[in-house]
Design a binder for this molecule. Structure first.
Ligand SMILES: [Zn+2]
Length: 336
C-alpha cells in the first residue's frame, strides 16, 4: 500500500508538467482525486488492513491528497494570473496596510522655527532659488569684487546672468521692494554653495532668514527675539552670547552662540572645548540696504538674522553628519 502511494505521488509530480490550461488541470484533478483514482481506492481498501497498517497508510494517503489538492490549487492560481481569468478574489478580505509617512527632519525643524517666530508677528515669505547677482549680492551691500563674496562660492547659470542663491537674504530685498514698513518676515528655503560635501558641508542646504523693520527697532529687540527663539528651541537653561562679526548687509553684526547643549558649557568635542556653539548670524540692517529699497535710513531701523536649518537640527537632535539628511535612509529618518 505504501509503495502504491509512492507510485501515485511520483506519477502526479511527473504529469503536472503537462498542465497547460484549465481543461488539462481538471483532467488531472479527476485522475488523481476522482472516484476512480488510485488514491481513492487506497483509501477505500483501508478497512481490509490491520489496525497499525490502517493508521499509517491512512495518514500517508490523507497527507498525499492534501498535497495534490494544494499543488493543483497553486497551478490553478498561476494559470489564472497568466490568462487574466479565473482569479477568484475575496472582496471581503482586509486590504494591505498603508504605512503613513513622516515629516523629514529638515521640514520638521523649519516648522518648529516658524512656530516660534509666528506668534512674535513674523510672517513667512519666500523667493526664487534662481537669483540675479543684484538680489543675491549687490542689493545686500556686497559690491562687485567684494572679498565677502569669496565666502559664498556660487553656482552660476547662463554665463553668470543668474545664480543659485547662496543665502535666503535676497528675500529681504524682494519683500522690502514691495512693502512699506513695518516689515516682519522669516523666509525659510534652500540655498546652494560650491562646497564639497563632508560631515558639516553640503552644496545644498536650508536657511531661515529673519527681518524686522520699523521706526523704532533697536539692538535690544534683536536680542530679545533671538533669546526667545533659543530658549524655546533648545531649552530655558541655555545661555546665549553675541560675538562681534562682519556681514555686508548688517552693521553692527554678530555671531550668536549658545552654551553647548552637549556638555552644558564645560567643553567637549562638539563645541571644540570652548563650551559655546555658533548657531546664527545677526545684526542691524545696514543703511545701504535700506537705500537700495528706497527706505529712509534716517527714519527706519531694523534687524536681520539668518541660521542654517541643518545646523539647528544637528544640534537639537544630535546628528553628527549633515549628509545623513539627504540619503533617504528610512532607518535614519524614522527616528524623528
Ligand atoms: Zn560642549
Amino acid at each position: 500500500m505504501l509503495n502504491e502511494l509512492e507510485k501515485i505521488k511520483k506519477e502526479f509530480l511527473d504529469s503536472i508538467e503537462t498542465i497547460k490550461d484549465s481543461k488539462t488541470l481538471e483532467e488531472l484533478r479527476v485522475k488523481f482525486l476522482g472516484r476512480k483514482s488510485g488514491l481513492t481506492s487506497v483509501l477505500r481498501s483501508l478497512g481490509t488492513l490491520i489496525q497499525e497498517e490502517r493508521v499509517l497508510v491512512g495518514q500517508k494517503a490523507n497527507v498525499l491528497r492534501k498535497d495534490i489538492e494544494a499543488r493543483l490549487e497553486e497551478i490553478k492560481h498561476n494559470l489564472g494570473q497568466k490568462t487574466g481569468k479565473e482569479v477568484s478574489i475575496d472582496h471581503t478580505l482586509p486590504g494591505l496596510p498603508l504605512s503613513l509617512g513622516k515629516e523629514h527632519p529638515i521640514t520638521k525643524t523649519i516648522r518648529e522655527i516658524v512656530d516660534i517666530f509666528s506668534p512674535l508677528g513674523f510672517q513667512v515669505a519666500t523667493g526664487p532659488e534662481i537669483e540675479t547677482d543684484y538680489y543675491n549680492f549687490e542689493a545686500l551691500n556686497f559690491p562687485p569684487e567684494h572679498p565677502a563674496r569669496d565666502e559664498q562660492d556660487s553656482f552660476q547659470l547662463l554665463g553668470g546672468k543668474y545664480l543659485l542663491r547662496t543665502q535666503t537674504s535676497p528675500v529681504q530685498i524682494r519683500v522690502m521692494e514691495k512693502t512699506k514698513p513695518p516689515v516682519r518676515i522669516i523666509s525659510p528655503g534652500v540655498c546652494y554653495r560650491r562646497d564639497n560635501p563632508d560631515a558639516s558641508h553640503s552644496p545644498m542646504f536650508h536657511q531661515v532668514e529673519g527681518l524686522a523693520v520699523d521706526t523704532d527697532i533697536h539692538f535690544t529687540d534683536l536680542k530679545g527675539v533671538l533669546s526667545e527663539f533659543i530658549h524655546q528651541m533648545f531649552g530655558k537653561e541655555i545661555k546665549m552670547r553675541f560675538v562681534p562679526s562682519f556681514f555686508p548687509f548688517t552693521e553692527p553684526s554678530a555671531e550668536v552662540a549658545i552654551s553647548c547643549i552637549i556638555c552644558g558649557g564645560k567643553g567637549c568635542s562638539t563645541c571644540g572645548r570652548t563650551g559655546w556653539l555658533e548657531v546664527l548670524g545677526a545684526g542691524m540692517v545696514h543703511p545701504n540696504v535700506f537705500k537700495k529699497v528706497h527706505y529712509d535710513p534716517k527714519k527706519y531701523t531694523g534687524f536681520a538674522f539668518g541660521m542654517g536649518v541643518e545646523r539647528i537640527a544637528m544640534l537639537k537632535y544630535g546628528v553628527g553628519d549633515i549628509r545623513l539628511f539627504y540619503q533617504n535612509n528610512l532607518q535614519f529618518l524614522r527616528q524623528f
